[in-house]
Write a protein that binds this ligand. Structure first.
Ligand code: G3P
Length: 218
């Protein structure tokens, strides 16, 4: 399973990259706004800065909601760097745009996915990545992990090539459950990644080892 970080914060991207386990970055308009990145030029420069940190897979989302607008915007985003993946919402024109980019060999990340039916449509259109929002599903008293399982089953049975990129991941347990459910990728905030390190018995055990070594070696 690949790890992407879900942020536009360069410090956090650098920290995750330094850990050596980062495979990509996902952003969205809310995350860009949170970092105060506004204006077309600044936004493009920021995507370039992210591409300069990571090896591949930088999702940059279109703002347009009509086919022609998405194509124009997506082509501009893709021209920033060959690490860019054009992120497109799962709406009617979005599916058409994903098909268009798929035929042109431009990678896409189909976002705002909340059902297996949507997942089938995105795969049929040739999406590279599919982003089901598991945390937001949990927020509505449905089970986001069950959706990952269902999509993983469908994609395997149907031999769809689209990779499942579990998004709206809120905590470390979500990551473990996504791995179990068959997600190809998780994208998550830095604390959820770092939370995987934590276990009190690791801390207690390490303190004991160091103390025993000190006693024996002076
Ligand atoms: O990857 C999508 C993510 O940014 C949304 O997360 O926590 O706002 O549902 P959240």
């Amino acid at each position: 399973m690949k790890f992407f970080i879900d942020t536009a914060n360069l410090d956090q991207i650098n920290e995750a990259h330094d850990l050596g386990v980062l495979d990509g970055v996902t952003t969205n308009p809310s995350l860009m706004a949170k970092e105060g990145i506004t204006g077309e030029k600044n936004i493009k420069n920021h995507y370039k800065a992210i591409c300069n940190i990571v090896g591949d897979n930088v999702s940059a989302e279109v703002i347009s909601t009509d086919f022609n607008g998405m194509i124009k915007e997506g082509e501009e985003l893709a021209s920033i760097d060959n690490k860019i993946v054009v992120k497109i919402p799962l709406i009617k024109d979005g599916i058409k745009a994903i098909k268009y980019f798929s035929e042109k060999g431009i990678r896409t990340n189909c976002t705002l996915v909340f059902s297996a039916g949507q997942a089938i449509l995105a795969a049929k259109a040739g999406a590279t990545f599919l982003s089901p929002f598991i945390g937001r599903i949990d927020d509505t008293n449905w089970d986001g992990i069950e959706l990952i399982q269902q999509i993983a089953t469908i994609y395997a049975v149907q031999n769809f090539k689209t990779e499942i990129l579990a998004a709206s991941v809120r905590n470390s347990l979500h990551i473990v459950k996504c791995a179990e459910a068959g997600a190809d990728i998780v994208t998550c905030p830095l604390p959820a990644i770092l939370g995987l390190l934590k276990h009190p018995l690791t801390d207690i055990g390490l303190a004991q080892f160091l103390s025993d070594h000190k006693k024996a070696n002076g």
